[in-house]
Design a protein around this ligand. Structure first.
Ligand SMILES: CCCCCCCC/C=C\CCCCCCCC(=O)N[C@@H](COP(=O)(O)O)[C@H](O)/C=C/CCCCCCCCCCCCC
Length: 218
């Protein structure tokens, strides 16, 4: 994987991003970190194509993606091949701040947890989009999904900023165009295929974090 994050790609299509998430899971349900990171990178590219009002969100996501890429490409990269091996390695070697922020602000476990929580937002948002009608508002779908998930982990000021950014989201038709997938019917079909896979990646990670008691890392 390249050492740094590049977020320009004129040939972007959402289908490719969702395919990347599909390739995240191994046969025995391990989550490949490289594909997980690549999936997020694609989403950030998509978000950047929506305008600069989202850049503070993209910047935070890119920072976190970069931390994970650094782990993957670092001298201990072999321990970061899957999320399962990363969790085991970091916990076995006391490389995670468990109760308050301290020596390991860039642990893979806490960094991935932030993206994992955002994946739940994505799942809820895409499901709303899939079942939406021409009259549905993307800003409403996005903020409902946010309020049901990620917002619970954000300070008031971040919630306010996110809420303001949501109002700048383009309408459903433009949104579907930017996805570059085809007709609205094709978008809906693609989302129907992709969502169960995103949900599975989310659930496998959620179960792993729950089993290791690391769902609330500071
Ligand atoms: C077909 C539609 C596809 C939709 C594509 C959406 C593309 C979304 C791409 C990226 C989503 C953003 C991921 C945000 C990760 C946020 C991680 C986080 O929670 N960070 C906070 C905590 O970090 P620490 O301080 O503990 O290190 C941090 O405070 C957050 C800062 C930025 C604000 C995050 C707001 C998140 C809103 C998520 C909705 C994005 C809406 C995009 C609309 C397309």
């Amino acid at each position: 994987m390249a050492d740094s994050v590049a977020v320009e790609d004129p040939k972007f299509t959402l289908q490719e991003v969702l395919d990347t998430f599909k390739s995240c899971l191994s046969e025995n349900k391990e989550v490949f970190l490289e594909h997980y990171v690549a999936g997020w990178l694609g989403l950030v590219r998509f978000m950047n194509s929506l305008g600069s009002v989202f850049s503070f969100i993209a910047k935070d996501a890119v920072n976190k993606i970069q931390i994970l890429i650094n782990h993957l490409n670092g001298e201990n990269g072999a321990h970061y091949v899957t999320v399962q091996s990363m969790v085991k390695y970091e916990l076995d070697n006391q490389l995670v701040d468990l109760t308050k922020r301290g020596s390991f602000p860039e642990s893979g476990c806490r960094t991935l947890l932030r993206l994992h929580r955002a994946l739940r937002w994505l799942e809820l948002f895409l499901e709303r989009l899939r079942t939406s009608t021409e009259e549905s508002k993307t800003s409403v779908m996005c903020s409902e999904a946010y309020n049901e998930s990620l917002s619970q982990h954000h300070a008031w000021i971040i919630r306010k900023a996110a809420g303001t950014a949501f109002w700048a989201l383009p309408g459903r038709a433009t949104f579907f165009d930017v996805m570059n997938v085809g007709t609205p019917e094709q978008v809906v079909a693609m989302l129907g295929d992709a969502l169960p896979l995103i949900s599975e990646v989310y659930q496998v990670t959620e179960d792993l974090y729950a089993q290791n008691n690391i769902l609330d890392l500071p």
